[in-house]
Structure formats: C-alpha cells, structure tokens
Design a protein around this ligand. Structure first.
Ligand code: ASP
Length: 312
C-alpha cells in the first residue's frame, strides 16, 4: 500500500530544499536519502549560521559540528560529535551507521573515520563567522584567566543557536530523521549538545513516530526528550499530548533557579514530531517559533507556528 510522503523541518530550512526533497520522494526515494539530501543542502548554506559551513565556532574560534541520522525502520543510527573540518557531518554520521559496529564517533576519531571514507574536508569557519567571533569573543580573551572563565564571560553574548531538523516519511511508510548543527555559539571546546545524541535530540521509529529537537540542548539531554516523545506515542498518547508533556518538562528546566544560570540564557526549545501516519506538530517554549511541512499535494511548504507550551 502506498503511503503519503511528508517532509517536516524547522522553518529556517529553505523551501527549495524541501520541494526538491518531495520530488525525490514522489519518485520513490527512500526517506533516508531525502533526509540526508536536505541536511546536506542546509550544511552548505552560508546564510545558516548554526549548521555546517558558516556555523559559529566554539569559544576558541574552532567550528565543531554535531550530527545524527536515524532510520526508523531498522532502528539503526549514526552520529558524529565535535567534528572539525569536514563539509558534510550528516553524511559522515550516516556512514558511521553503515560501516561500523558503532553508533557514535567524536572528535579525532570522527575525523579519522571521515578521512578513511574519503569525506570532503573543508575549512568550516566562514569569514563572517570569524568576524563575529573576533568581535564578541577574541576581544574578551585578555579579561579571562582560563577557558572556563572565558566561556562564562561570553555565555550571555551568545549569538543564539539553532539546528537543522528534518523528519521524512516516504511512500513505503519509512520514517527517517537527520539533525545537524554547529551547536551553541562560543561553547566550551568539546561541548556536545543534544543533536548527535540518539534519544535526546533525535529519535525515530517508523512504527510509532519520530521527534527531533532544537534550542538549548542541555534541556533536551536532561530529559531524553526525543525518545520520550516516541515512547509516549508507542504507549498510545496523541501527538499533541506527547508534544505538550515533553516540552513542559523542558520548560520546567529552563530558568528554574538562579543556580541554574546556564539554563536561563539561550533559554528556549522546540520539538518537531511526526507520527507513523504522517501527522505532524511542533511544540516550543517560545511563541514565535515556526516549522515547515510539505505534503505530496502541496506545491510549496506551509509555515506554521509551533504550539507554545509553558511549564505549568
Ligand atoms: N540543540 C543544539 C545544541 O544544543 C543547538 C540548537 O538547536 O540551537 O547544540
């Protein structure tokens, strides 16, 4: 039986990438190939300052990339974290899944693997991102005794953060997810967010649904947000009930107390969800966050506002 193909992404993903992805789906492409295709397009986009080329660097001025890929039909997954110097982290993540008996590689090991498979190297720091780092971080270096102090010093100057999230359903009913990010701007070197962590920022099971997160990764990690959503769907919760429940748990972590200072800075999260039937929804702790959905009948994606959820 043919299923209706659907593409769900964060609103920052350009329409043209989603339209091209839908064309592939209509021609019978596998959800995984389309998810990777969309993620690669965003990784190459220099206007996107939080994913791939042009992403803001860590506090030392180095771009460190996180990405994960999950196949909801086989439950296979691949991820890379704190990867430096390669053009397409999402493809390297997918190759980890295909070529190794592992799920995740980090740092030097991820770079070694990327070289071994012939992934394309690239200087990922764009001139614009370098300029922003020089103005906002490098200029402060003399004021901080060490990297820990420097990270705290520039934490409130964060240029924000964002992630590429795409969830794809193909004509066979397979769900696949791809998540790619340069993480939070000016992060401590080696900091890994939720995006490459299967279960935190990305989870996918074609039988029940898929969820991906963006925003402050520390909140998604602390409640295993994506896996929780899919578990709730498995237990029979509606998409809306699952989205509200998990977002509320994260909202409660954001700005909880003075002692939780890190959670009060870049303090928002957004979850994208698609269920096994291709119904979609998005939930966020801010009222102005949107997502895009493209169905087979539509010519262009529709942009919709995520449902805003507070902690109470
Ligand atoms: N979730 C990502 C991280 O924490 C960044 C983001 O989506 O804004 O690394």
């Amino acid at each position: 039986m043919a299923h209706t193909p659907v593409l769900l992404a964060n609103a920052e993903v350009k329409d043209e990438y989603l339209v091209a992805g839908m064309r592939m789906l209509k021609n019978g492409a596998h959800a995984g190939d389309v998810a990777e295709f969309v993620a690669r397009a965003v990784e190459d986009d220099p206007e996107e300052h939080t994913v791939g080329y042009g992403g803001f660097p860590n506090v030392l001025g180095e771009v460190e990339l996180d990405a994960s890929f999950m196949d909801g039909t086989t439950l296979q997954a691949g991820a890379v974290a704190a990867l430096k110097g390669f053009r397409h982290p999402i493809s390297i993540a997918r190759e980890v899944m295909r070529r190794l008996p592992h799920v995740m590689l980090v740092g030097e090991g991820a770079a070694r693997f990327a070289r071994e498979i012939g992934a394309e190297p690239r200087e990922m720091l764009s001139p614009e991102a370098r300029r922003a780092w020089e103005e906002q971080v490098a200029a402060m270096m003399g004021e901080a005794p060490d990297t820990i102090a420097l990270t705290w010093h520039v934490w409130r100057r964060t240029r924000g953060h964002d992630t590429m999230n795409v969830i794809v359903r193909d004509v066979h009913g397979n769900l696949c997810t791809a998540v790619s990010t340069s993480g939070i701007a000016w992060k401590y070197p080696g900091r890994v967010g939720d995006s490459p962590l299967i279960g935190a920022g990305n989870y996918c099971d074609s039988r029940y649904g898929a969820a991906t997160c963006m925003g402050l990764g520390e909140a998604a990690m602390r409640i295993a947000a994506a896996a929780q959503v899919v578990t709730l769907l498995r237990l029979g919760w509606s998409l809306v009930a699952a989205g509200v429940e998990v977002t509320r748990q994260m909202a409660a972590l954001l700005g909880r107390s003075r002692a939780e200072q890190p959670m009060r800075v870049a303090d928002w999260v957004r979850v994208l969800i698609m269920d096994a039937q291709g119904n979609v929804g998005a939930f966020a702790t801010r009222a102005d966050l949107c997502y895009k959905v493209l169905t087979a009948e539509a010519e262009t994606p529709i942009t919709q506002r995520a449902m805003c959820v507070s902690k109470d």
